[in-house]
Design a protein around this ligand. Structure first.
Ligand code: SF4
Length: 179
């Protein structure tokens, strides 16, 4: 549920919003006792808080109806849940269940392509290419590593190539301006 709150929302907003929500309800059963309005108030100001409040209620109902109130621990099961895409599904299996998966967000997709490690057009294609190429022992840590690297060095616009510690290994695919 916190993963869903985090979509299009800063981490600094998501964390406290999730804490406020889980203080009110920390199971699907308890969530269904809350009104959409109460959930909206708890999670505000996350992006699309009104839509997300309804998604969380639908998700709670679905988890109870089809999964006995638990969360599926495999990607195929997670993808059957409304509002859950591959990024969220991979994040849940890796961080929630310590199972293999590669969470590909915008940083992972961009940097893997800039490095020349993969050549893909979409995050889903990047995930499949990485699953075929990246040794499994790096899968879970890869997201954390590249998100931090993308926020601090290999920025979306004008990456800091002049101070980049892996510049020697990078093909800089598609990089037109850099610092
Ligand atoms: S050299 Fe530039 S484009 Fe390549 S990884 Fe480093 S910062 Fe990113």
């Amino acid at each position: 549920m916190a993963c869903l709150l985090s979509l299009r929302t800063q981490d600094t907003t998501t964390g406290p919003a999730a804490a406020r929500l889980f203080a009110l309800a920390d199971t699907p059963h308890a969530m269904l006792k809350l009104s959409a309005r109460t959930i909206e108030r708890a999670i505000y100001p996350v992006g699309f808080y009104r839509t997300k409040a309804r998604v969380l209620l639908g998700l709670s109902r679905d988890l109870l109806d089809r999964f006995g109130g638990g969360v599926p621990d495999d990607i195929d099961g997670l993808l059957t849940l409304k509002g859950v895409g591959r990024k969220t599904a991979n994040l849940v299996v890796t961080l929630g269940f310590d199972k293999p998966g590669i969470c590909v967000d915008t940083h992972v997709h961009r940097i893997s392509n800039r490095l020349g490690y993969v050549r893909t057009r979409t995050p889903d294609e990047t995930e499949m290419a990485l699953r075929a190429k990246l040794p499994a022992r790096y899968w879970i840590g890869y997201n954390d590593l590249l998100v931090t690297f993308g926020q601090n060095v290999c920025a979306p616009v004008s990456p800091k190539c002049s101070v980049c510690p892996v510049a020697r290994l990078c093909r800089r695919v598609g990089v037109r301006t850099s610092r």
